[in-house]
Each structure stands twice: as structure tokens, then as C-alpha cells.
Write a protein that binds this ligand. Structure first.
Ligand code: FRU
Length: 547
């Protein structure tokens, strides 16, 4: 934790105004970047090499993700003064390609007893807000002001006319105030058919999201509410609403997806991300009645999370322990309407205790979103953005063969001594379990078991290395998986302290933190079904994005 001294010398943002102020801000910006480089080598133990992390201190939700002028902006909940939650501000980074990130000075800082909670940002192309200058569209951030002296949260604006480098808080804040203690995380988008801005914002305690409309981002009119529905055990936070293309259909045939992150009660325990699929007519979101959750995870079902009680029936974006506050980028170019998002790779149950220093928390990799039509309706499908493949140093391919042959091939290639991108396709799974093991060089083991009879994937991190920093960290988690054709396709992204498993071409996602005792790992496949065949296997060591 940092002292008052470091608070005084900490990085801070400066509003726009005179040239002099801009010059000072620019110099300070450089200084802050220098600071970051000085205090973080990005080679500390467990430092992610291809995932975004702040140089130092605490981070939670991604915020204000917007594409503008050739740059992807990533803002994030940030404590400038320490490595636990507090003094929430918006940290800031930009990327030309969603892979390499440049740290920028803090964009929005806690001030006058108001913390900067989660929210979004838009490019106000037609300058409806009037914040733009010189004929160029402003960037407008819409965030929750969290009042520290009284129980109040309301919605605020800030704007930038210099590509997000400096920000001015709107003098007319708040722009939306219900006088409530819990009312937060506005996500705003332009709705062309009704020619206005739409905001989706959360009433966490009521398990509701409210929709508002505005012609100018300053004045908001209530449209409708959604909820309670789906998973209700945990408070509702960080909503998002966007159209997603259905695989194999034209871009016009998309469906709307409403994202609702839940503070607890996720399938693996603690915080997680649920979604709803349906329609949005410019006023109301309605769920598609043919899209239903998977069986066996509801109160009437036969199964439950291996480490927790019954899981509420809902559509879950991720079945691992460490995927939260996921929201999408706005303004991403491309005629096919590419939807990209990422999540905070942690869990509120233990996030403040993970054993990393001088930073805490990472983001998942950015992922492309699609919908897939399945017998139980639509499912969200996630694929790590293709830009990431540029980080592969080499790609080694084992074409086809028996499990024994694949294991011999894997053993020859090991140990994999850094971040790895692995894909594996298994055929003829039969009825017995097949396990993929990640074996650490210090005796750690992480297992991913495929259980055909139950149609489950099971991930076990109980022996993954350092797990003792919190009683809720070690555990086993499971996800439903369709194995109809006896085939499983797996993609594993392994970084120094995380594992993202995407199964069946992204239909199932399991994201988990790991703290192995040493670097270096081997892979091994173990099966009780002699007929299993390895149809495809590929390993790629990944480059660091920080050097
Ligand atoms: C979600 C959340 C948001 C809030 C922010 C505060 O993780 O609780 O609802 O805006 O974090 O840091």
C-alpha cells in the first residue's frame, strides 16, 4: 500500500484548456510512462506476457472501450495509490492492434469525494453533445460517480478533444440521478434506427437493468426495464447490449445480446457473467423464448458446480472462476460489424489477495463474439481475436495419430518454458473420460477432463501451484459441452498466471487464474477410451507484448 507521499507524487490527469496546461500534461504523461517503465520490468513472477496488466497497483473492470482514430482505447478501474481496491479512477491504455498496449496517464481521477466507477465511452460523430471543437468529434465518457460521503451513485459525463489524452468533466454533472445508493455502470451506444443514444445501466440490488434514450448524451429519458431474470443470487453490474451476428448467416440476421455481470452465484462460485439473447426494438429488450439454459445446472438438475451449491439456470458467458465485468468495444470498424470484448480476469472473492506484485489483476485476451444456433437456442461463441496469432513465435503441428504418438510428440517438444497457445482436436471420444494435463516442472498439475457421458468439461486447479493465499481459490469447475459427434476441439491460451480454455470453437469458455511454482510445463493426454484419435494438435510459444 502506498503512503501519502506517493499519492502526492502519483500520476494525475489535467483538464483541457490553455496550451500551457496541455504542455504540462504532455510532459507529465511522458513522466508517468517513464515511471511505469521504471517500476515494472514486466518480468516479475506471474507477470502476464500477452495479457494486459497495469504497470503497478490495483485494476478491476475494463471501462470506456472505444475505437477512435486508429486506436483501441482501454480504460479500466484503477487505484493509483495501492494494490487493493480504492480511490477508483480510470486508468488508460491504447493499442493499434488489440495486442500491444501503450500505457497513458490516468484519464479520470477521483475528485471532490466522487470516485470514477465503471462506464463506457463513445465517439460522438455528429457532435450531439456539443463538446466537440474544431469540427472534430469528441470522445465522450459516460461513467458512474460514486459519492464517498453519502450513499449515492449517479451518471456523469467527461469529454476529450485530443484523442483521449486529456479529459474534462462536464460542469453539468450528474446527467442522470435517481438519488439511489446503487445505480451504476452505464453502457451507451448509438442506435441508428431511432437516431439517438441508448444507455443500459444497472440497478444492482433490484436485479434490473434500465434502458434510457438521449438525443445529446446530456438529457436522458427512461425507456424500459429488464429483469429480474436468469441468475439472481448476485447483484447485477456492468451491463452491455449489442447486436451479434449469427454464424453462417448474413450480417443483417443478427440478434441482440444483453450482458449482465453478477457479483456472486456464478457457476464456478463468486462473480461471473450471464447473458440473454433476444430482440431490441429501440425501446425494449425481449428474450428469445427458444433460447434456454443447459440442463443439469438448474435447481431441478442432477449436477452442480463441483465446488459450490446449485447453479441457477442462466446462459453463462464463461464457466471458469475468473471472468468478470466483460463489456464490448464500441465503434469498431468493419462492415461485418465485428463485436469484440474482454473481461477482468479475476473474481471478487479473492481478487485483492492474489500473490502478484507490484500490480494486481489482468484482463482476458480480447475475443471476437458470434452467436451459434444450437438445439437449445443461441449460444455466445468467443474466439480470441485473430490479431493474437501474430505473437506466435513458431507453430509446430502434429497432424494425426494415436494418443500415444501425440504424447511422444508433446514430450519431445517440452518443456514449454513460456506462454503457449495450444489447439487440440480429439475424435472418437467414446464413453470414458479423456484428460488433458498441464504438468508444471515443479510438480504442479492442472487437469482438463472431458466427461462424454455427462457432456461436461471439468477443470481442476487444486494442485496448480500457489493456492493458499485464499481459501476460495483452489477448486474444480465444470461446464456443459456438446460432444454429439464424439469430437472435442480445444484451444488453450496459457500465460504465466492464467489459462483460457475455449472449447468447441469457442462455444464453451473457461477462464482461470493459476500461480505455478516455477516456469515451464509439459502437456499429456490420458484416456480411458482406447479408440480416441488425435485429429489435430498444434503448439505455439507466444512472444511477450511488453518487450
Ligand atoms: C464491478 C464493480 C462495478 C463498479 C466498479 C467499482 O466489478 O463493482 O459495479 O462500477 O466495480 O470499482
Amino acid at each position: 500500500m502506498h503512503s501519502l507521499d506517493s499519492r502526492r507524487t502519483g500520476c494525475f490527469s489535467i483538464g483541457t484548456g490553455s496550451r500551457w496546461l496541455l504542455a504540462v500534461a504532455w510532459v507529465l504523461g511522458g513522466w508517468c510512462r517513464g515511471q511505469a517503465a521504471e517500476t515494472a520490468s514486466y518480468q516479475e513472477p506471474w507477470r502476464p506476457q500477452f495479457h494486459f496488466t497495469p504497470a503497478k497497483n490495483w485494476m478491476n473492470d475494463p471501462n470506456g472501450m472505444v475505437y477512435h482514430d486508429g486506436e483501441y482505447h482501454l480504460f479500466y478501474q484503477y487505484n493509483p495509490f495501492g494494490d487493493k481496491w480504492g480511490h477508483m479512477s480510470w486508468g488508460h491504455a491504447v493499442s493499434p492492434d488489440l495486442v500491444h498496449w501503450e500505457h497513458l496517464p490516468i484519464a479520470l481521477q477521483e475528485e471532490n469525494g466522487v470516485m470514477i466507477f465503471s462506464g463506457s465511452a463513445v465517439v460522438d460523430e455528429p457532435n450531439t453533445s456539443g463538446f466537440g471543437t474544431g469540427g472534430r468529434p469528441p470522445l465522450v465518457a459516460i461513467y458512474t460517480g460514486h459519492h464517498t460521503e453519502r450513499p449515492l451513485q449517479n451518471q456523469h459525463l467527461a469529454y476529450s478533444n485530443d484523442r483521449g489524452r486529456t479529459w474534462t468533466k462536464y460542469s453539468g454533472n450528474p446527467v442522470l440521478d435517481l438519488g439511489k445508493a446503487d445505480f451504476r455502470d452505464p453502457k451507451v451506444f448509438w442506435h441508428a434506427p431511432s437516431d439517438r443514444w441508448i444507455m443500459v445501466v444497472s440497478l444492482p440490488v433490484e436485479r434490473r437493468v434500465s434502458l434510457y434514450a438521449s438525443p445529446n448524451l446530456r438529457e436522458w429519458t427512461h425507456l424500459s426495464d429488464f429483469g429480474p431474470a436468469g441468475a439472481l443470487k448476485g447483484i447485477w453490474e456492468c451491463p452491455d447490449l449489442f447486436p451479434v451476428r449469427v454464424e453462417g448467416r448474413s450480417a443483417r440476421d443478427s440478434r441482440w445480446v444483453l450482458i449482465v455481470n453478477v457479483g456472486s452465484g456464478a457457476p464456478a462460485g463468486g462473480s461471473g457473467c450471464q447473458y440473454f439473447v433476444g430482440t431490441f426494438d429501440g425501446r425494449t429488450f425481449q428474450t428469445d423464448s427458444r433460447t434456454v439454459p443447459d440442463p443439469g445446472f438448474g435447481p431441478a438438475g442432477d449436477s452442480h458446480s463441483l465446488s459450490r451449491g446449485t447453479v441457477e439456470p442462466a446462459l453463462w458467458a464463461d464457466w471458469g472462476r475468473d471472468f468478470y465485468a466483460a463489456v464490448s468495444w464500441s465503434g469498431v470498424p468493419g462492415r461485418d460489424g465485428r463485436q469484440i470484448w474482454l473481461g477482468w480476469m479475476s473474481n471478487w472473492e479473492y481478487a485483492q489477495d492474489v500473490p502478484t506484485s507490484p500490480w494486481r489483476s489482468a484482463m482476458t485476451v480480447p475475443r471476437d463474439l458470434r452467436l451459434r444456433s444450437t438445439p437449445r437456442g443461441f449460444r455466445l461463441v468467443q474466439e480470441p481475436v485473430p490479431e493474437l496469432t501474430r505473437l506466435r513465435r513458431t507453430v509446430d503441428r502434429f497432424r494425426r495419430g494415436t494418443v500415444a504418438e501425440a504424447n511422444a510428440w508433446l514430450a519431445r517438444r517440452g518443456p514449454f518454458d513460456g506462454p503457449t497457445d495450444l489447439t487440440l482436436t480429439l475424435k472418437r471420444l467414446g464413453t470414458r473420460e479423456t484428460t488433458l494435463r498441464i504438468l508444471g516442472t515443479a510438480g504442479e498439475v492442472v487437469t482438463l477432463r472431458i466427461v462424454p457421458e455427462m457432456g461436461r468439461l471439468r477443470l481442476d486447479r487444486t494442485r496448480s501451484g500457489r493456492t493458499d493465499f485464499h481459501a476460495q481459490f483452489p477448486g474444480q469447475y465444470e461446464a456443459p459441452v456438446r460432444l454429439d459427434a464424439g469430437t472435442v476441439e480445444l484451444r488453450l491460451l496459457i500465460d504465466t498466471s492464467s489459462l483460457e480454455v475455449l472449447a468447441q470453437n469457442g462455444e464453451v469458455s473457461m477462464t482461470t487464474l493459476l500461480f505455478p511454482l516455477a516456469t515451464g510445463h509439459f502437456f499429456e493426454i490420458d484416456t480411458g477410451s482406447p479408440e480416441v484419435r488425435v485429429e489435430g494438435l498444434q503448439t505455439a510459444p507466444m512472444r511477450s507484448i511488453w518487450r
